[in-house]
Ligand binder design. Structure first.
Ligand SMILES: [Zn+2]
Length: 139
């Protein structure tokens, strides 16, 4: 008996299977008797991947990587906002209105607003941008 690590070409799921001989894999593959245990695809290849790297672990690693990258981008964006605009805290809606109606004032502000306040501003034609905000103390 020979044990092969197999990988699905379609979904990259890896799994193991036993074969009576090395030719058995090709024979069974031709007959479409080897299918991906995850998605059912017939497109299976012998894998050189380490069998202890499971698909779940890979997905988790990717998720963590994406989360980190997104977080980094948000923090960069936050830094930019902080350096280029004035923090008005919870007075955001009030300040945004006063800036909108008083054309003499010109500055960029950032702060907190409820979804309702944002909707109201939007109805009045006051443009706002919402970004997820990461607290500094979470760094
Ligand atoms: Zn598959």
């Amino acid at each position: 008996m020979i044990k092969y690590n197999l990988i699905c070409d379609k979904c990259k799921f890896t799994f193991n299977s036993w074969f009576s001989a090395s030719s058995e894999f090709d024979r069974l593959k031709k007959k479409k008797l080897i299918t991906c245990t995850y998605c059912g695809s017939y497109k299976i290849s012998k894998s050189i991947m380490s069998p202890n790297v499971s698909r779940i672990e890979q997905i988790d690693k990717n998720k963590i990587k994406i989360k980190k990258e997104v977080r980094k981008k948000i923090l960069e964006y936050q830094k930019f906002i902080k350096e280029n605009s004035t923090y008005v805290g919870k007075d955001f809606a009030y300040e945004a209105r006063s800036l909108h109606y008083d054309k003499k004032k010109s500055k960029t502000i950032y702060g907190k607003a409820t979804q309702e306040e944002i909707n109201d501003l939007d109805e009045e034609g006051i443009e706002t941008t919402t970004i997820p905000w990461i607290k500094d103390n979470e760094n």
